[in-house]
Design a protein around this ligand. Structure first.
Ligand code: MG
Length: 259
């Protein structure tokens, strides 16, 4: 099932997408919900990010280019980072490049949406806590990575987390390719089996640290091939079975170069 959020005449709705039609629902996507009976043509609405995340957690540097490069030993403490909810935008919205820099990096990623409270979950049970999957773009300005290794600011600008176009609940996350096309040219295309820390491992690890909640979004890392891009560039992040998340980069606004 493909859950979506969308706007019609400045009102936000939630629905289930079936081909070119969106059937409106009411209630809690993660619990009790029902169809309202209203339906909209996909072309007639503005798609929004399919969720307002509770929190967004990313994992760093999580893909190799070939299976032979997978490390024998995994890092004891994976590199995780938070992204603010204010960084989320939907399909077709502009990604704004901060004023003091020329370029930012796109990172097409499989986004995992948690569906119920998850505390100390063993690896084999992780998928029981997953509601569904979306496509995320973990836009990054490495120019704002702190020299001490902190990534927060470089990941946190408004518009730096496009999500969408839907949350697919039926996907097998272990047999999909994470793809990106820049201005129509393929830049990323890797199976999720090239992740260094698997979806089961990263989510199990996180639940031993913090209780994950419905609406938490885990960005599972980006395949090799991410590049720096500038104003006017068009990025299409795609996972077949979920859809294509298309955004255009635009230049800028206030300076945050120094305090
Ligand atoms: Mg990333």
């Amino acid at each position: 099932m493909k859950f979506t959020r969308f706007e019609v005449e400045s009102t936000v709705h939630t629905g289930v997408m079936e081909n070119e039609t969106i059937k409106e629902i009411k209630g809690n996507m993660f619990g009790e919900w029902e169809f309202t009976g209203n339906a909209f043509a996909k072309d007639e609405v503005k798609l929004l990010a399919p969720i307002v995340p509770n929190q967004i957690i990313g994992i760093g540097a999580n893909y190799v280019s070939a299976k032979i490069d997978l490390p024998e030993e995994l890092p004891a403490i994976p590199v995780f980072f938070f992204k603010p909810g204010s960084s989320v935008i939907g399909p077709e919205e502009k990604i704004v490049i901060p004023k003091d820099i020329e370029q930012v990096k796109f990172e097409s990623e499989l986004a995992v949406i948690i569906g119920k409270d998850a505390k100390s979950v063993p690896e084999e049970d992780v998928l029981d806590y997953v509601f569904g999957y979306s496509v995320g773009n973990d836009v990054t300005a490495p120019q704002f990575f702190h020299s001490d290794g902190h990534w927060t600011i470089g990941k946190a600008f408004d518009t730096f987390t496009p999500l969408g176009p839907v949350i697919e609940t039926e996907l097998d996350p272990f047999s999909v390719h994470v793809e990106a096309k820049l201005n129509g040219e393929e830049k990323q295309n890797s199976n999720t089996d090239l992740m260094i820390i698997s979806i089961r491992k990263m989510i199990s690890y996180l639940t031993n640290v913090m209780t994950l909640k419905p609406g938490d979004v885990i960005l599972t890392g980006s395949p090799v091939g991410a590049e720096m891009v500038g104003p006017g560039d068009v990025i299409e992040c795609e996972i077949k079975g979920i859809g294509t998340l298309r955004n255009t980069f635009a230049a800028a606004r206030e300076s945050v170069k120094s305090v």
